[in-house]
Design a protein around this ligand. Structure first.
Ligand SMILES: C[S@@+](CC[C@H](N)C(=O)[O-])C[C@H]1O[C@@H](n2cnc3c(N)ncnc32)[C@H](O)[C@@H]1O
Length: 232
């Protein structure tokens, strides 16, 4: 019989933020796929899930490119999916770990799309997204009442970011690292800087909270950084 494919959200960093369902899926997996980028030799998702791994589990590292469009380089995804399919056809349950939530700005989405029509039994297990873990950590409600909240990847087109900021009461900015200074200036132009807070590596040992973005805007920040902000 073919195995089950689990897409497992492990949350943003704190191993206590995995759901019971995520832990059960990890324990039910014969093989755990630990995604990593070309630059990193470690898988952060794997280190978060470590306390829950079965003693006999087989860890398989898969390397993914950080791509804007899957269509630009589908081969790496297709090769990784072919490997997953071989394990599943061999009757193994496969758990694919994902930082935060699996269906929210994640590599897992491409894997999920490729597997969806191949007759595989897929169970996606929701995880705590980084922005909500950050909100809880710093006591910052991302949205309330009739707020219009925009979730904005800082890597998006500048005009689109600007339009979204203009039309929102509150915003979450993700993937803020390469253009941190420019994003800070855009927030300032929309009167969204004074209430903004940035958190890097939430829940990890080297977590950093920056309440006064203006005085840090020329610093280099980590890829795992998110800004929450709102109008007065
Ligand atoms: C590819 S997205 C992954 C999002 C993830 N699936 C989620 O549900 O949060 C990567 C972005 O998520 C945010 N992020 C993920 N983990 C984080 C953490 N521990 N602390 C702060 N931001 C984090 C950052 O904005 C980072 O650039």
């Amino acid at each position: 019989m073919q195995g089950i494919f689990y897409g497992i959200g492990v949350g943003p960093g704190d191993p206590e933020l995995l759901t019971v369902k995520a832990i059960n899926a990890i324990k039910n997996s014969d093989i755990i796929i630990a995604p990593k980028t070309e630059k990193n030799s470690e898988s952060l998702a794997l280190s978060i899930a470590k306390p829950y791994l079965r003693a006999d589990v087989q860890i398989v590292y898969q390397t993914f490119l950080m791509v804007k469009n899957f269509e630009d380089s589908p081969k790496i995804f297709e090769d990784n999916v072919a490997e997953i399919l071989a394990y599943l056809r061999d009757g193994k349950n496969v758990g694919f770990l994902t930082l935060g939530d699996p269906l929210f700005f994640s590599t897992y989405i491409y894997i999920f799309k490729l597997l969806k029509n191949s007759g595989v039994q897929i169970e996606t297990v929701a995880g705590v997204p980084a922005f909500l873990a950050i909100a809880a950590k710093i006591g910052y409600p991302p949205a309330y009442g009739n707020d219009i909240l925009s979730i904005i990847p800082a890597t998006a087109d500048k005009e689109k970011i600007s339009a979204a900021l203009k039309n929102s009461d509150a915003a979450v900015l993700m993937k803020v690292y390469k253009n941190f200074g420019e994003i800070a200036e855009m927030l300032d132009a929309e009167n969204l800087l004074s209430n903004a807070a940035l958190v890097s590596r939430c829940g990890l040992k080297d977590e950093k909270i920056i309440a006064d973005i203006n005085s840090h805007k020329n610093e280099k920040i980590n890829y795992l950084s998110t800004i929450l902000t709102r109008r007065d």
